[in-house]
Design a protein around this ligand. Structure first.
Ligand code: UDP
Ligand code: MG
Length: 334
């Protein structure tokens, strides 16, 4: 079966769509990055030139910045042939800015990188040479993180542990969205229409050959983090609920536990009733409480499992992707 055809997200037709696809695209989401952007473009274009000559495009996606970021991007695009500016209509958040960039990127390989120079552009060389070995995804894993608060490190750690426990997909720890992905992976990501996007989880879900490269995460070049606690919680919720229906099914656990407890309570209550050693009305009250309690948890469990299924259905992901088909008949291969 082939994955259902989907309409591409609405975006203006890229001016250079008739040109052959470049070897490399870089997608960098930018939100209020006016101070650091020039330095980023300089280091990034140098790193691109080192691996792809001039056969690359650098997409700077302005995610509704409130400062002069868009003006800076326009100036950069005017001054560098490889730079493409994309202006979103408002602030959609990091994950959607990356999504927009991925939909517009045309390269055979796409690097996803933050524009604040926390992810060193120079790592591109190493990521590319790993991909040359035949990987579909080479993600950059943080060995150290300079200048990030204890709180951020501790919450990130807790989040990845929890996610690892709850999710059926193995999502690597200490890995952000900084990674090099093949055209195949980008096309597949673009075919996943879910609204609430947790890109590192989606890439993990896609499988294929994935590997990592270690790096030291730098401090921000300028400005401060735009990932407020609220945005972090929202991302964490997208990760947890998007990749696990375990929380929904907690009611099943409660119902099962309730059954065991109820058996004990039942014995105790009936024993009291038989020996006549109880206050009047206690027996019936205890029985009513126990049975209705279990009944409610059981109903919630049923609802939870249906809602979990509805949730998975509405995500409308392709069911699977086939990597290869081999056959003895040569004309059989796609
Ligand atoms: N970003 C974005 N939209 C937002 C918030 C952030 O496009 O609403 C961009 C930001 O410009 C940066 C990247 O996403 O390039 C990562 O954001 P940030 O550095 O604030 O997050 P942190 O590195 O602190 O996790
Ligand atoms: Mg950052």
């Amino acid at each position: 079966m082939r994955a259902r055809e989907r309409t591409a997200p609405a975006h203006p037709r890229r001016r250079r769509d008739d040109r052959p696809a470049p070897a490399l695209s870089v997608v960098a989401p930018c939100y209020n990055e006016q101070e650091g952007l020039a330095a980023f473009v300089e280091r990034m274009t140098a790193a691109c030139a080192a691996v792809a000559g001039d056969d690359y495009e650098l997409l700077l996606v302005n995610d509704g910045s409130r400062d002069a970021t868009w003006a800076v991007i326009q100036a950069m695009a005017a001054g560098h042939p490889g730079v493409v500016g994309v202006n979103l209509s408002r602030n959609y958040g990091h994950q959607l800015a990356v999504t927009a960039g991925l939909a517009l990127a045309r390269g055979d390989r796409v690097l996803i990188i933050d524009a604040d120079l926390q992810d060193p552009p120079e790592l591109l060389g190493e990521l590319s040479s790993r991909m040359d070995e035949g990987y579909d995804v080479v993600y950059a894993r943080r060995r150290t993180r300079a200048a990030e608060s204890r709180f951020k490190l501790a919450t990130a750690d807790l989040f990845y542990r929890l996610l690892g426990r709850l999710s059926d997909v193995r999502i690597p720890r200490d890995v952000g969205d900084f990674r090099l992905v093949s055209r195949k992976v980008v096309d597949r990501l673009n075919a996943m229409p879910e609204q609430d996007r947790f890109i590192r989880g989606m890439v993990a879900w896609l499988g294929g050959r994935q590997t990592e490269v270690l790096y030291d995460r730098d401090a921000r070049f300028a400005g401060e983090t735009h990932y407020t606690l609220g945005k972090m919680l929202k991302l964490a919720a997208a990760g947890l609920t998007g990749f696990s229906t375990v929380p929904l099914r907690l009611a099943i656990v409660f119902a099962a536990m309730g059954m065991f407890i109820a058996l004990g309570v039942l014995g105790y209550v009936l024993w009291g009733f038989v020996t006549g050693n109880v206050a009047r009305g206690w027996t019936s009250l205890a029985l009513i409480t126990v049975f209705f309690g279990i009944g409610q948890f059981a109903c919630l469990a049923v609802l939870g499992s249906y809602i979990g299924r509805i949730f998975i259905e509405v995500k409308d992901r392709p069911l699977y992707f086939v990597d290869e088909i081999v056959s003895g008949r040569k004309d059989d291969e796609p």
